[in-house]
Ligand binder design. Structure first.
Ligand code: ZN
Length: 295
């Protein structure tokens, strides 16, 4: 029997797609080496969270220490589909060399994925493309020149041009994360509200906020040095052909043990790399009034 060419083509396509998802993990690069947080502890946790899905294969590139020789620090972005930022120069560390910045911009512009994890949004206030990628940032001298404040008011995202410094948080405490975009692939199937394990709740974040969807917020309690606003916690952005998932969560391994952190990081990373989310919401996902952590 003669098999029509179209069927052969279809079978080949299906086989290729199946092979891709089963055997070709998303090559991922975590960048660390300088951070006002304990990156030596948090990078292995990020790697484990991503690799435990079976979807990602994670390498790590560690920059020289503060003041070190950056002449050989040249991350090979082209080998990867996803970069995870666990780097910042807070308070007086090193900027990346100009050609590394250019290569990173090109990588994202051409369709690469980026995850901005916790204090990665403190980094590089003077680098316009980086701030377009993360949407909002804090500290390191950011102020009204960095862009407006962004937060939710009356259930709508607003920008506020009031002058002032950017970046703040109170004492670490559990807090409720509220889903704002339930139809976005990263958030689909997640509860409207869930209790995050004890963590910093960032507030007073400023930036260009372009091509930015705020996926989830947390209420910044004035009794804990907060603003009284619903502050952005999780964001999805685009830059050129690239996608960015920005999570402000995960100060330390204890906060990263929250199943809400784990799940949104995995799903956000998959979306940033591929534009889709195939991972299911786990059964131990936290409820509105109850934390859930994995040891
Ligand atoms: Zn922190």
């Amino acid at each position: 029997m003669k098999i029509p060419r179209a069927c052969l083509f279809l079978a080949g396509t299906l086989f290729a797609a199946g092979t891709l998802s089963a055997a070709t993990p998303i090559r991922t690069l975590i960048i660390d080496g300088q951070n006002n947080h304990d990156w030596k502890k948090t990078t292995p946790v990020l790697k484990q969270i991503l690799e435990s899905t079976g979807l990602f294969q994670v390498d790590v590139v560690t920059s020289p220490p503060k003041g070190g020789d950056f002449s050989t620090f040249r991350p090979e972005f082209a080998k990867y589909r996803l970069v995870v930022g666990n780097y910042n120069e807070f308070p007086t560390g090193d900027k990346w060399p100009e050609d590394v910045k250019t290569a990173f911009e090109r990588f994202i512009d051409n369709g690469g994925g980026f995850v901005s994890y916790h204090a990665a949004d403190n980094a590089f206030p003077e680098w316009p493309a980086y701030n377009l990628m993360i949407g909002i940032g804090g500290w390191l001298g950011r102020d009204e020149k960095s862009g407006p404040y962004w937060y939710f008011k009356d259930n709508k995202l607003v920008s506020d041009t009031t002058p002032g410094r950017a970046g703040n948080h109170g004492a670490r405490t559990p807090f409720v994360v509220v889903t704002r975009e339930p139809k976005h692939p990263i958030m689909r199937g997640l509860p409207e509200k869930w209790m995050h394990a004890s963590d910093e709740l960032y507030s007073r974040m400023r930036g260009p906020g372009k091509n930015m969807i705020v996926l989830a917020t947390g209420w910044s309690d004035p009794a804990n040095r907060g603003t009284g606003h619903d502050e952005p916690m999780l964001m999805a952005l685009t830059y050129g052909k690239g996608r960015i998932f920005h999570t402000t969560l995960g100060h330390d391994p204890a906060a990263m043990a929250c199943v809400g952190f784990i799940t949104t990081l995995q799903r956000g990373a998959e979306w940033a790399a591929t534009g889709k989310v195939t991972m299911k919401v786990p059964k131990d996902f936290p409820a509105a009034d109850k934390e859930s952590v994995r040891q």
